[in-house]
Design a protein around this ligand. Sequence first.
Ligand SMILES: *Cc1c(COP(=O)(O)O)cnc(C)c1O
Length: 350
Amino acid sequence: MMGNKFDIATLVRSSVRDLKPYSSARDEYVSNGADMIFLDANENPYENGVNRYPDPQQRNLKAVLAGQKGLASQNILLGNGSDEVLDLLFRGFCEPGLDNIITLPPTYGMYQVLSGINAIENREVLLTRNFEPDLSGIFQAIDGRTKLLFICSPNNPTGNRFSDEKIESLLLGFNGLVIIDEAYVDFSEHESWLTKLKQFPNLVVTQTLSKAFGMAGIRLGICYASEEIIGILNKIKPPYNVNALTQQKALSRVSDRASVSSEVTRILEERATLLNALGAVDFVKKIYPTDANFVLVKVDNAEKRYQQLLDLNFVVRNRSSQPLCENTLRFTVGTSEENRKLIATLNTMV
Ligand SMILES: *Cc1c(COP(=O)(O)O)cnc(C)c1O
């Protein structure tokens, strides 16, 4: 394997390299603790809790996250959901119409959508039959214009986490950015790739408050990477991309680690119950191993079972249109009452 010749200067999109970012009123002001009168941003001065622009750098929230992860705030970029963070990676590093990215289907649909929006070719290299990255296929697909490689681990919709050795080979062998989407990492027993950030200059880890943290409604996505990579994304992010209400809610939630971890524990207990029950359902043909808060199952006839469940008031996800996922349904783990109802219903379906 070739040594890694990662060079951020050759990776960044040329218009971004030369860009001078918008400087907002609040970017220029640095607090010295004094009580200031703010007449700089044309806000309405009457207090209602949200009459002021939010902190464009979300300093309080980043300080808490940095402390928990053993990183610096300069290693963190926050966005309006992971979707914004992923879009910023395209816009920071890919030249429309020229560059390409690599994704590993079956996987999260947004990588494909974002490649389309940004006019970047998406080179799809299917996972192997046991849902692991196909290393030789990936290295064949890479060329001088490949900028990003998206690895979703634990993977949506398959649920499994990829082997460390395979991911490490990709980090070492590919000179572009390797983005590990860890939306489901809090449901896995294995540790995050965050601990390897210093070891691999081309590693980008994304996480979210939408799943384990129970805050899909506030839209907060997190990107962890080297200071250089974060610096480029910071240049192009909209100045006030994380609103004040989201910053407040997120700060109190991430500070309350005990609540989050007790909910995760309950979800994992419910997952075990659900997996057991699914094993006894006649039309379930295969249950795939999961490191996430959902499980992919192969059934006899996915369209028929999906419709039956809808008629019985359960919404699940039919993933049959995805490669390697013929006749599969994806079930999210619900509360114990929801699961009890689901299991009872599955057992009545003929
Ligand atoms: C749910 C999910 C996300 C979360 O996206 P947000 O925009 O942060 O809600 C990210 N990646 C994957 C793979 C997901 O399944």
